[in-house]
Design a protein around this ligand. Sequence first.
Ligand code: 0RQ
Length: 501
Amino acid sequence: SKSRVECPILRKKIMSADEAVSFLQDRHTVGMSGFTGAGYPKSIPAALVKKAKALKELGKEFRINLWTGASTAPELDGVLAEVDGINMRLPYQSDPVCRQQINEGSMDYVDMHLSEVSQYAWSGFLGKLDVAVIEVAGIHADGRIIPSSSVGNNKTWVEQADLVILEVNDQQSIKLEGMHDIYYGTALPPHRKPILINTPADRIGEQYLDIPLEKIVAVVETSAPDRNSAFALPDEISTQIADNIIDFFAHEIKQGRLPKELLPLQSGVGNIPNAVLSGLEKGGYKNLTAYTEVIQDGMLHMLKSGTLSVASATAFSLSPTALDDLNENIDFYREKIILRQQDISNHPEIVRRLGIIAMNGLIEADIYGNVNSTHIMGSRIMNGIGGSGDFARNGSLSIFMTPSTAKNGAISAIVPMASHVDHTEHDVKVIVTEQGLADLRGLSPRQRAKVIIEKCAHPMYKDRLTDYYERACASKRGMHTPHILNEALSWHESYETTGKM
Ligand code: 0RQ
């Protein structure tokens, strides 16, 4: 097939991945593309693994500091971690091998709000970026670059890095061209201007990624699909959680507190968000909008049926079937989908202006509404905060969703005190489990405790939570947020020692 590298200057830089990794040295900081399994480089990581193994045989180390948009795929995070190739990782990961190394203490991990990464890089807090490795869908003769299935931090990486390596992947639809909106108006304080996105559909930037050609040292042609994993069908618990949210929306509309088109939706990735999306579709909603991080299967369905009129995000995360649908109907979808860089898709200013309804998962919540999204038993990282903080703090409604128990009931998702806090009581408006939904807006901590225990806790744990709360109140140590300090984390301690709370 015809090469997608049409630019003559860049054609001269086409080489194999094995040749291209000669630009990458031990302890380099490398900014790679990739967001939720979309648009990550497909061949450089494997070549790096080869290089790391060869160096290891010579008794030499090869470890990089790896920055991305968000999570990638086993072929990037996983394989590099397996050869101890990652020294430091940011801003998000969800890879089992990385997770293990982080929790063993052999990989450093900086878990960050996804909207903040580019300003950290621009401000110099993260140190120097040596090389950017970016997947793109094609390069025009005049050097204009068509981004791939995610934008993430690519704009920032190519601007900040000394050298750029491009992977041109012919498995990405060339018709992604025109779907992106890369905004070049960001600046650091005190030079910032308002970002004029007033509806999710607004386009304020360019369709192409602008990279100075002299920075590009290698172009690698690849042909491999994204990690398109299929979603499981919603199970009973996810469906019940989704139903609780859909009922709540109906109630809010009735009260005149939400318009009938709701407000722009942000939804995390996974079973429960997918169930919520299909619930909205079945509920007969029309002309909803999404201003979110990731477009998953459910959103394509909703765009087709008219449930959703537009979806703005920074990446796709699709099953193979949904990807086929996207590619077959891409002229339709291009009118309705906008892919932005993650500092814009998650921008607090825009999230606040649009009044986003944020829906994210949690690991545990305490009886006062503090939410832990990241840590198991206080110390072990699961994934990271991702965009949940960007949306939850700044949205008009932040909903956190979870099954009421984990590990077959051995763990209660509602605990006396959260063992780690990502979203404080101030940022958490609604907590929902399959048991019910707690609307915490306008409630004091003691009122919240009663509602959370009553509506969200599993019956198995309800009495013990009530008992804890009542004894905490009776101790009269402080009646604003009553706690028994030497007991507050005893449920976690019990899990660590006995395997159940
Ligand atoms: O582990 O599969 O080994 O049993 O955590 O839990 O219930 O499958 O839920 O996949 O939705 O993940 C918060 C991690 C929830 C996710 C979190 C165990 C549980 C299971 C997963 P197993 P579930 P989910 C922006 C949004 C932060 C980032 C974010 C997340 C595994 O939603 O990473 O919000 N959020 N981004 O068994 C011990 C507990 C547990 C527990 C669950 N209390 N103790 N283990 N688990 N609760 C948009 C994007 O996402 C792009």
